[in-house]
Design a protein around this ligand. Structure first.
Ligand code: FMN
Length: 162
């Protein structure tokens, strides 16, 4: 089995998750940023990871998925500043699944990731009331993904490749 872990990460959280997954799996494997990828031929399974931005998958990830994952086995993963049990989350995760709808989604991992302080300031001054109120919850995400979340990411990656 040959696996590609493909990810984008603006402030490093999704990258941490991607690397934990990469370290955990025992099969033939590569890890690349989405921007480096020109072909996904020859892989049996793609892990595709990205942050939630503005209530759905980051735009670059959406574009990547539209171009590359049609008909492929895909394990999605995402990080978001809202807590995992936030009632806001289900429609955002649904938007991720929708962006990957042309693939065979074999699993989906998500966890909280720290909202970086500069983004928090930027969102606080946003005209968008939802963005603004979301930024106010930012401090609760500090330090994420923590060791427990990275351990969950590792377990997910092992399960997908066993
Ligand atoms: C422009 C922008 C919009 C964001 N929108 C959301 C959002 O709608 N919901 C959310 O939970 N987090 C949102 N976040 C926070 C990120 O999803 C979160 O911090 C994530 O872990 C960042 O991952 P990264 O470090 O891999 O870029 C947003 C971040 C940015 C920069």
């Amino acid at each position: 089995m040959k696996v590609l872990i493909a990810y984008m990460s603006q402030s490093g959280n999704t990258k941490k998750v991607a690397e934990a997954m990469f370290d955990a799996i025992q099969v033939e494997k590569e890890i690349k940023e989405l921007s480096e990828i020109e072909s996904v031929d020859g892989y049996d399974l793609l892990f595709v990871g990205f942050p939630i931005q503005a209530f759905g998958p980051a735009e670059k990830a959406k574009q990547f998925m539209a171009k590359y994952i049609n008909g492929k086995n895909v394990a999605l993963f995402t990080t978001h500043a809202s807590p995992e049990d936030s009632e806001d989350l289900p429609p955002w995760l649904e938007a991720c699944r929708k962006a990957a709808a042309d693939a065979e989604i074999v699993g989906f991992f998500n966890c909280q990731g720290e909202l970086s302080p500069d983004i928090m300031e930027m969102l606080k001054s946003s005209d968008h009331p939802k963005m603004k109120s979301f930024a106010e919850q930012g401090p609760s995400s500090k330090g994420q993904p923590d060791a427990a979340r990275l351990a969950r990411a590792s377990a997910f990656a092992k399960e997908m490749t066993s």
